[in-house]
Write a protein that binds this ligand. Structure first.
Ligand code: URA
Length: 440
């Protein structure tokens, strides 16, 4: 077999078999096949796509490339949640504690930020003292004791994805449906949960820009989950504007605490309840989504969700006072502000631009080696559909230097448009199995 022939076959739109895919992926992980050939291969996949069988084979090959986490030592049904990536997406910080408060163990391995989207592990790292890297034994012990742990992925979990993703990130091949589906599902399968809830984002701030593509991605991932005997549900949700009002690591922790305290923005609360409801329903702790949402809402009201978050922070070495005093979180020293250049209705608060502006302020990395400014980010003062007057505050940028604050401001100003606004649903639909799909 030669990598050249396999690349040419995909370039010409032909279907690859499992041994060809295995040859490429295993060869890449072992360092035998070079980056440039895999770059050509991922670009060929980007243009030619993959059949369901090819995507399933790729996922299995990636899954087998490294370690798998065994969660069998934790009693109860283990349910995981994963987002395809968005801006202001701090849902895991809200949903994890709420689901754990319902008695369902949450053993979650999360990633760092990718491109213009943030990562849960970076957000948690902004809490003073919080440890994101735990040994697998300690991770499992913590979930057994308090029902909740969110940690970074262990070193050898799906090494094929680590290498492939880093390459895709710099070769403009992230936005490929089969490559996203196999990347996410190989990691979820390797993380050991029996049930999986996927949050598939669609819109300007997401990797999927059209609803059709998002539904297709959702179907592909649900199908892979079913094939591997893991019940999987995908919720397709709106990412045209950032989720909630805060974007940036410490700012997002603050907003998650707000929601768990019974305050916080409605869009964020609603989608947290929806995803959490699917998780506890799959785990058998509720009979239907509405009942499940009510149950989770009661854990916001009685603060048991907030208490779970505090318990997790304590167990992972962090300062749990943060849940009652978010001023202990880092905050960017310099603030710059965007004001409305005209009066009118905000027809766009472009999530992609806001994500880029937050990164530029210091909240994300441009290269893998970059350091993050934990207190950097953006506070939105107005959202889509809102009527504003000329000169009214639209957003604040927090950064560690005036240069970064100014550079972020220049990008953020491009995020806004005025005009007609047609309200969009937050949730476009769900895919629960091959023949069970709903759309709004
Ligand atoms: N998130 C992932 O984990 N992988 C992708 O390919 C895209 C988003």
């Amino acid at each position: 077999m030669r990598a050249y022939d396999i690349i040419a076959k995909k370039r010409d739109g032909l279907v690859l078999n499992e041994s060809e895919l295995k040859y490429l992926i295993d060869g890449y992980v072992q360092g035998v096949i070079p980056d440039y050939q895999i770059s050509a291969f991922t670009m060929a996949v980007f243009f030619q796509g993959m059949t369901n069988d090819e995507t399933a084979s790729l996922t299995k090959i990636m899954l087998e490339s490294g370690d798998k986490v065994d969660l069998s030592g934790i009693p109860g049904v283990k349910v995981d949640k994963h987002s395809t990536g968005g801006v202001g997406d701090k849902l895991s910080l809200i949903v994890g504690p709420l689901v754990a408060a319902a008695g369902i163990p949450v053993a979650k391995m999360s990633g760092r930020g990718l491109g213009h989207t943030g990562g849960t592990i970076d957000k948690l790292s902004s809490i003073p003292g919080f440890q994101v890297q735990l040994s697998t034994d300690r991770f499992i012990k913590q979930v057994r004791e308090i029902g909740l742990a969110i940690v970074g992925q262990t070193g050898n979990l799906v090494p094929a994805d680590k290498k492939l993703y880093a390459l895709r990130d710099v070769t403009a091949t992230v936005e490929s449906l089969p490559l996203i589906a196999s990347s996410i599902m190989s990691k979820k399968l390797a993380s050991g949960a029996e049930k999986i809830v996927l949050d598939v984002k669609v819109g300007s701030g997401a990797f999927m820009k059209s609803k059709d593509d998002a539904f297709q991605l959702a179907r592909a991932m649900v199908r892979i989950g079913q094939d591997m005997n893991r019940e999987t549900v995908a919720v397709i949700s709106n990412m045209d504007e950032p989720l909630g009002n805060m974007v940036g690591n410490a700012l997002e922790v603050e907003e998650a605490i707000e929601v768990l305290s019974g305050r916080g923005p409605e869009d964020l609360r609603n989608i947290s309840l929806e995803l959490g409801a699917w998780m506890i329903t799959l785990a058998g702790a509720a009979f239907g989504i509405d009942e499940a949402k009510e149950k989770l809402a009661s854990f916001i009201d009685d603060k048991s969700g907030l208490n779970k978050l505090a318990a997790m922070i304590r167990a992972q070495g962090g300062d749990d006072h943060v849940v009652s005093d978010t001023s202990i979180l880092p905050q960017g020293k310099y603030v710059s502000r965007v004001y409305a250049p005209q009066s009118g209705v905000l027809s766009e608060v472009n999530a992609h631009q806001v994500g880029l502006a937050a990164m530029t302020a210091g909240a994300g990395r441009s290269t893998k080696e970059d350091n993050i400014d934990m207190g950097a980010g953006i506070k939105l003062a107005a959202k889509m559909g809102q009527k504003v007057k000329k000169g009214e505050l639209l957003a604040e940028v927090y950064a560690e230097s005036t240069e970064k604050a100014q550079a972020a401001l220049n990008i953020l100003e491009q995020a806004y448009a005025f005009g007609e606004y047609k309200e969009q649903p937050m949730i476009f639909g769900t895919v629960t199995s091959r023949d069970n799909e709903s759309s709004a």
